[in-house]
Design a binder for this molecule. Structure first.
Ligand SMILES: Cc1ncc(COP(=O)(O)O)c(C=O)c1O
Length: 466
C-alpha cells in the first residue's frame, strides 16, 4: 500500500463516526475475558496492593485487566489461567527468533555459569557485539552499550549538544523516544505538545520542539526560527513505529536539511534495527545518520540491552574515564555493557542473520497485512492494515490519525482510544495477543498456517461490529 493511500485511509477513518462493537457482542467479549482469565484477575488484584495500578509496563496493560504469564515459548504465551494465546506482542518488538530461541538461551546461560551476569570489568563480548552491530550499520563507527532505549536517546541528544555546541533538539510530532524528561514531548498524537508531560517543568522544553510529521517545509521553517539546532531525531518508519507512516523520501530530506544546517541527525533504530532491515531504517530508507539509537531487539529481549552508536568524532565525546578538562557527555550505568547483555547482543545479531529472520518475519507480516485488508473489505469496514517489514499496523479507530486542531476530531481521542482497548480484548477473546489492539509484530515462527488461523479470528471479530 503506498503512502498516499495510507494517508487517505487514515483521513477517511477519523472523519467518519467510529465503528463500534455491537453492544451484546462487546458484553460477551468482556464477560468471557473475566471468566476465562479469573486467575489473572486474582493476580492483578494481589499486585495492585504492592504495585501502583497493578501493572508496571504499558505493554502489559490490557483491557479490562492485565494477563499474567505462566509459560512463554516460540510464538505462544500461556497465562496462569491455562489459556494459550498466539503471540504477536513479541515483547513489543525485540523477539524475532521466537521466545527462548534455544541456541541463544544456551549461549547466554554459558556466560551466567562461567562468569556471572555482571562483574564490573569488561569482557570480550563487549567489542565482539560492537563489531557485529557495526557490520550491519556502517554509520556506526563507535558503539557505547547502555541499558535502555530511553537512556540511549537521552544520551544521544546530550552528545549532539556537546559535539555541536548548539542547544535545540527537534523531534517529529507523535514519535516516541523513551520517557526521559526532555523527549517526553508531543507523543502519540502530533501537536499534543506537553499533554503527557505531567511532572516535568515547562522550562525543560526550552530547547526542545517538534514539527508535524512528513512536512519538510515545517522543518525548514523551524531551522530558520531556531538557528542553533544540535540535532533532529527521527523514528525511521514514522511516529510510534510507523503508526503515523513516514512519507517516502522524508528521512533523506531531513538528512539533507541537517547537513545544510550543520545539525546532527539521530536515527532511533530501537524498533527498526534487525526487524525492518538488518541495517535498520537507515539502510531501508537510504540515509546516513550521525548517531543511531538501539534498544531491546539488539539483545533479543535480554535485559539491559541498548546502545548509542555513530560517527567516531561525535562518539569521542562519550569516552569513559576522568575527563581531564575535555568536553565530555557524561554517561554512566553500573549494569551497562555487562557480559550477559553483550553476549546476548553478539549471538542474537548472529542468529538473526544466519536464520534470515528479518526477511522471514517481514514476509509473514506482508501476508498478514494483505489478508487482513481482504477481511476488512469483505465486511465493508473503513479499517486497513499495512506493514513495514515485521511490523504490522491495523488502523481501526485510528487514534494516532486524529487532527488535534480539528474541533470535531479532538474530542474523540478518548472513545477512539477506548475502542483500541476493546479491540485488544476482542483479540484476546480469540486467543491472540497484540500490541494495544492495533499492531502485530511477527517472528520466524508465524507460519502460513498460523496466518490462516489468525485471519479466521480477525474475520470472527469483524462479524461483531455494528
Ligand atoms: C522508537 C523507540 N525509541 C525508544 C524507546 C524506548 O526504549 P526503552 O523502552 O528500552 O526505554 C522505544 C520503546 O518502545 C521505542 O519504540
Amino acid at each position: 500500500m503506498d503512502y498516499e493511500e495510507k494517508v487517505t485511509k487514515i483521513e477517511n477513518i477519523v472523519s467518519q463516526p467510529l465503528k463500534r462493537f455491537k453492544p451484546e457482542e462487546l458484553k460477551g467479549i468482556i464477560e468471557r475475558y473475566e471468566k476465562n482469565h479469573s486467575k489473572s484477575k486474582q493476580a492483578f488484584e494481589r499486585a495492585r496492593k504492592v504495585i501502583p495500578g497493578g501493572v508496571e509496563h504499558n505493554l502489559a496493560f490490557n483491557y479490562p485487566f492485565p494477563l499474567t504469564s505462566k509459560r512463554v515459548y516460540d510464538c505462544w504465551m500461556e497465562t496462569v489461567d491455562n489459556v494459550t494465546l498466539l503471540d504477536y506482542l513479541m515483547c513489543g518488538g525485540p523477539i524475532i527468533l521466537g521466545h527462548n530461541y534455544k541456541p541463544l538461551t544456551e549461549k547466554v546461560l554459558e556466560v551466567i555459569k562461567e562468569s556471572a551476569p555482571c562483574h564490573g570489568i569488561t569482557s570480550e563480548y563487549e567489542y565482539l557485539a560492537a563489531e557485529q552491530l557495526q557490520k550491519h550499520f556502517p554509520s556506526c563507527e563507535k558503539v557505547r552499550w547502555l541499558q535502555s532505549g530511553t537512556e540511549a536517546d537521552m544520551l544521544a541528544i546530550r552528545v549532539a549538544r556537546v559535539f555541536t555546541g548548539k542547544k535545540y533538539v527537534i523531534k517529529i510530532g507523535g514519535s516516541y523516544h523513551g520517557w526521559s524528561d526532555q523527549l517526553l514531548y508531543d507523543l502519540h498524537i502530533p501537536g499534543t505538545g506537553r499533554m503527557e508531560s505531567h511532572g516535568i517543568p515547562r522550562d525543560i522544553y526550552k530547547y526542545i520542539d517538534s514539527v508535524p510529521p512528513n512536512d519538510i517545509e515545517a522543518l525548514r521553517q523551524m531551522f530558520k526560527e531556531k538557528r542553533k539546532v544540535a540535532a533532529v531525531i527521527i523514528e525511521p518508519m514514522g511516529g510510534e513505529s510507523g503508526a503515523i507512516p513516514v512519507r517516502p523520501g522524508y528521512n533523506k530530506e531531513v538528512e539533507e536539511l541537517c547537513r545544510e544546517n550543520e545539525t546532527l541527525l539521530i536515527s532511533d533504530e530501537v524498533v527498526c534495527a534487525f526487524r525492518l532491515d538488518m541495517g535498520g531504517g537507515q539502510a531501508y530508507f537510504g540515509y546516513t545518520p550521525d548517531l543511531s539509537v538501539f534498544g531491546k531487539i539488539v539483545g533479543h529481549g535480554y535485559p539491559s540491552a541498548a546502545a548509542l552508536a555513530g560517527r567516531s568524532d561525535v562518539m569521542a565525546t562519550v569516552a569513559a574515564g576522568v575527563g581531564g578538562g575535555a568536553k565530555r557527555a557524561y554517561c554512566g550505568g553500573t549494569l551497562a555493557a555487562n557480559p550477559l547483555t553483550c553476549a546476548a547482543a553478539y549471538w542474537a545479531i548472529k542468529f538473526v542473520e544466519e536464520t534470515n529472520a528479518t526477511e522471514i518475519a517481514g514476509k509473514a507480516a506482508t501476508k498478514l497485512s494483505i489478508r487482513m485488508n481482504e477481511i476488512f473489505e469483505k465486511y465493508n469496514l473503513p479499517w486497513f492494515s499495512y506493514n513495514f517489514g515485521g511490523t504490522v499496523h491495523f488502523h481501526t479507530s485510528c487514534v494516532f490519525g486524529i487532527d488535534i486542531t480539528d474541533p470535531k476530531q479532538a474530542p474523540q481521542v478518548k472513545e477512539r482510544k477506548e475502542f483500541m482497548e476493546q479491540m485488544g480484548a476482542a483479540l484476546v477473546d480469540q486467543e491472540i495477543i497484540s500490541v494495544s489492539g492495533s499492531r502485530f509484530y511477527t517472528c520466524i515462527l508465524h507460519s502460513d498456517d498460523i496466518i490462516n488461523h489468525t485471519i479466521q479470528k480477525v474475520d470472527a471479530i469483524c462479524q461483531k461490529i455494528e
